[in-house]
Design a protein around this ligand. Structure first.
Ligand code: CTP
Length: 392
């Protein structure tokens, strides 16, 4: 998003729009705020002006005759018009084509995508007039986000609460994405596995799951039906993604097989533990048993098994290496019958486990290597999807 026009109407949730403006600015977008006169009663235009470094407009008319007509001007080159909060009154006016203030006029003049974030009291939200107006906006092509349920400013509990700014930001980003994965079923595995040794200890690795979660989010935003099979992580599952929580490599294997049918794409970003303790002790190992030998058994290689039965599915593997990464990864790709492998060298700064960035090479079956610069895992997820969509 290069330019966002943020329309703020007059509800108590208008204060959350300030945080939303900040998130858009932080993502690199130029943000132009337009408020209804009622919104300016709740939050001072100066708040938005300070956050966006542009005046927040309320009035329709300008004194200087040389100025272009403002509503057209404000929308020029806008990628999206986001109306948050959208009150029952503003929604009603938009649905009926009224143009009685700068914001409603802007809506009628907009030729960019429009995102609407209704926010109001629960009874107002349930009223047939409001429901009909929201349906109308959807028919006009607006992307309307469902409000959250929770405690409302008027003290009652129910639906109508404006979602958190972070969720609105993600909804908007998703709404603008190309839907090149529309309807395709995808499995993503993410995070570490934990192989228990006794009731309180396990073998694991430092994977945080960020690469897999970023892929799952990007796939879902691009239209795929995603099942995320995740080892233990602290990450919030992306909206719209079915998440299956697992612990051990064996559980991950079973969960992948349970979702294998009908799936077109598998991204195996999990850091699966190659070994597990041969016997899990029923009781906690005590200190006095200090020197004991731990026998390990090899876990099944999930990816290798999938490679044998993949049919027309695309299988994308990951590899973390410490030396000769291109040769090692291409060898893994051939052994495991993959379509692409994404490899990083753990010795490179900023690459690998528990950091938000990665520096990888993407290798295909012909041994062609695309070396990518250091980038955020979120950005890398899109890059990987751009490559994979070429194989679909
Ligand atoms: N993988 C898997 N099941 C395992 C081990 C790994 O599905 N038991 C998958 C990972 O999810 C990853 C790929 O295999 O997509 C490569 O993982 P990696 O640990 O780098 O490779 P290994 O085959 O275990 O090889 P090695 O440890 O010898 O480098």
């Amino acid at each position: 998003m290069k330019k966002v026009v943020l329309g703020v109407s007059g509800g108590i949730a208008a204060y959350k729009a300030a945080e939303l403006a900040r998130l858009f600015v932080r993502s690199g977008a130029a943000v132009q705020v337009v408020m209804t006169p009622a919104a300016a009663e709740f939050v001072a235009p100066l708040t938005f002006q300070t956050l966006t470094e542009r005046p927040a407009y309320i009035e329709m008319y300008t004194e200087r005759s040389s100025e272009k007509i403002r509503h057209i001007d404000l929308l020029s080159e806008a990628d999206v018009l986001v109306i948050a909060p959208a009150t029952a009154n503003t929604i009603g006016k938009m649905a009926c084509g009224f143009a009685d203030n700068l914001l409603t006029t802007l809506y009628l003049a907009a030729d960019c995508p429009v995102v609407v974030i209704p926010s109001m009291n629960v009874n107002m939200f349930k009223h047939p007039a409001v429901r009909e107006n929201i349906d109308r906006l959807r028919r006009h092509g607006c992307m309307v986000m469902d409000p959250d349920e929770g405690e409302l400013a008027c003290g009652v509990y129910g639906s109508g609460r404006m979602p958190e700014p972070e969720d609105i930001y993600l909804f908007t980003r998703a709404a603008l994405r190309p839907k090149d994965y529309e309807g395709l079923k995808a499995i993503v595995t993410a995070g570490p596995t934990r192989e228990p040794l006794d009731p309180v200890r396990f073998i694991s690795n430092p994977s945080t799951g960020l690469m897999g979660y970023s892929l799952a989010r990007a796939l879902s935003e691009r239209g795929a039906l995603v099942t995320l099979i995740s080892g233990p992580t602290h990450l919030k599952p992306p909206a719209g993604v079915k998440t299956v929580a697992v612990n051990t490599a064996e559980e991950m294997h079973q969960a992948v097989l349970d979702h294998f049918e009908g799936c077109r794409l598998i991204f195996k970003a999990a850091a699966v533990s190659d070994f597990r303790p041969l016997d899990e002790k029923e009781q906690k190992v005590k200190k006095k048993d200090a020197a004991f030998t731990l026998d390990l058994a090899a876990n099944r290689d999930i990816l290798m098994e999938l490679g044998k039965q993949k049919g027309s599915r695309l299988l994308i593997g990951f590899a973390a290496e410490t030396e000769d990464e291109v040769e090692n990864a291409h060898d893994k790709l051939m052994r495991k019958n993959l379509d692409l492998i994404i490899v990083n060298n753990l010795k490179e700064p900023g690459a690998g486990f528990a950091v938000s960035t990665n520096k990888v090479s993407i290798i295909d079956r012909n041994g062609e290597v695309e070396k990518l610069p250091l980038m955020e895992k979120e950005q890398l997820a899109d890059h990987i999807l751009d490559r994979v969509s070429g194989l679909l």
